[in-house]
Design a protein around this ligand. Structure first.
Ligand SMILES: NC(=O)C1=CN([C@@H]2O[C@H](COP(=O)(O)OP(=O)(O)OC[C@H]3O[C@@H](n4cnc5c(N)ncnc54)[C@H](OP(=O)(O)O)[C@@H]3O)[C@@H](O)[C@H]2O)C=CC1
Ligand SMILES: O=C(O)CCC(=O)C(=O)O
Length: 425
């Protein structure tokens, strides 16, 4: 339950160690390695916003565009007090690998505002979002860089961004630029199913992995760190398939119930804005440091990065880790887990349901279509299943871990794109 900043660990160091490990193994073209080691552009904006009491606060926002060899930049916006240039850089790089691995025509970007949104009213958050959008200006665009939700941002945030962006372009162009952001509310061009897509992908990762081993989700036990969009929806689908949620941790509390926590009851209890699972009456509160060491079959980190460090990894007994969050496992943590024969389904596949669904929303808006839930979830399931099987083949054929396999597939696709452009044969 510690925050990234207080741990003083660099998320960029984590993603670079993963990249370098893969680049060495696949003997990546030296020039392409140089390009991919650094962001294409890093935008930092400082912008003033009037508060409810009439005072003015100046905020700092980031948008890092890592790479666009495969298409427009794509990735979420996070509102959190741990957002800084290191985090944005790392998260943008993860997006490049994720979109490539998923086979999407997108590159990678990420950004956000260094802010604790709980300290602000809804009206203030709206003004902050609108001023941030205005400050980003032409650095975002529906064919250039397309934001989406991440920690503490949601469909409402995306609607404010879209509305502000529209006010800056000619009226005749507004109706066909709704794909400026994805993850919007349905009424303004959002896609049925985008809300649950990331959690669904986490669930499907578990299902496909276990099926391949001849096992089922029924009666498997799991624990979840983070009970926001990803943590809730992953739990929802897992419990529906018969798995049991033993423990949940957020920034405020750690809950445990041996018989299984009622996911829907907990969701009703926890108000996303106040953001707390604390004081939920139908589970006991346990010390946060006991969480990762609980006896269970599956652990789902679905909150911040660098949570599974060496100290935490030593405690872990679960054989399967599903990375719902981006970058939840640092290098030392990963080394220990692999040495202990745990399987880590890496973030760049495990949470890719969100960006795949965002791609569907982008297509829907671009083509003037309206997809229903069945179509959207059906296509998501098909794409995730194909991608899972490709990684699984790579794991089995090369006898490597899942992250290295996923990285090799992701980076090879970008390497081919550069080579086919004739720049770095
Ligand atoms: N939304 C999406 O589509 C995608 C999200 N992701 C990744 O999934 C993760 C979660 O995102 P999302 O669910 O959207 O975010 P939300 O804002 O919806 O939820 C975040 C959750 O994490 C919890 N949390 C925050 N800090 C801590 C902490 N120090 N210890 C334990 N829990 C904490 C929050 O608790 P509290 O409310 O108490 O602060 C909350 O329950 C992130 O890493 C994000 O990048 C990846 C792909 C797509
Ligand atoms: O939906 C998207 O475009 C990106 C979501 C995201 O930020 C992520 O996958 O980490």
């Amino acid at each position: 339950m510690k925050k990234e900043k207080t741990k003083k660990q660099s998320m960029h160091a984590t993603v670079m160690s993963q990249f370098n490990k893969t680049a060495d193994r696949m003997d990546l073209n030296v020039n392409i390695r140089k390009i991919l080691s650094i962001s294409n552009s890093e935008i930092i904006v400082h912008f003033p916003v009037k508060m409810d009491d009439g005072s003015v606060e100046v905020f700092t926002g980031y948008r890092v565009q890592h790479n666009n060899a495969l298409g427009p930049y794509k990735g979420g916006l996070r509102y959190h007090d741990t957002v800084d240039i290191d985090a944005a850089r790392a998260l943008a790089m993860w997006m490049t690998w994720k979109t490539s691995l998923a086979g999407l025509p997108f590159g990678g970007a990420k950004g956000g505002i260094e802010i604790d949104p709980r300290k602000y009213s809804i009206g203030e958050l709206e003004r902050i979002t609108r001023r941030f959008t205005y400050a980003l200006g032409e650095n975002i665009g529906p064919e250039h860089d397309i934001p989406a939700p991440d920690i503490n941002t949601n469909a409402q945030t995306m609607a404010w961004i879209a509305d502000t962006y529209m006010s800056t372009i000619p009226t005749s162009e507004r109706s066909h630029n709704r794909h400026i952001v994805t993850g919007k509310p349905l009424g303004v061009g959002g896609l049925e199913g985008r809300d649950r897509a990331t959690g669904y992908g986490v669930f499907l990762s578990a299902k496909l992995y276990l099926e391949n081993k001849g096992e089922r989700l029924e009666d498997k036990t799991f624990i979840v760190q983070g009970f926001g969009n990803v943590g809730y929806w992953a739990s929802h689908f897992l419990v529906k398939e018969g798995a049991r949620l033993l423990a949940v941790q957020d920034a405020h509390a750690t809950l445990y119930k041996k018989e299984g926590i009622d996911v829907e009851g907990l969701a009703v209890h926890s108000n996303p804005r106040k953001g707390s699972i604390a004081d939920y009456p139908d589970a006991v509160t346990i010390p946060p440091e006991d969480f990762f060491g609980l006896e269970c079959d599956i652990i789902i980190p679905a909150a911040l990065g660098n949570q599974i460090t060496a100290v935490v990894a030593e405690k872990i007994k679960a054989p399967l880790i599903l990375e719902g969050a981006n970058g939840p496992t640092d290098k030392e943590g990963e080394d220990i887990l692999l040495r202990n024969n745990a399987t880590i389904i890496p973030d760049i596949f495990c949470n890719s349901g969100g960006v795949i669904s965002s791609y569907f929303e982008w297509l829907q808006n671009r083509n003037g279509e309206l997809w229903d839930l069945e179509e959207s979830m059906g296509k998501l399931q098909k794409k995730l299943t194909e991608n899972f099987k490709r990684i699984q083949r790579e794991v089995e054929e090369k006898n490597i871990d899942w992250r290295t396999a996923a990285y090799m597939l992701a980076i090879s696709r970008i390497e081919t794109a550069y080579q086919q452009r004739g720049i770095f044969p």
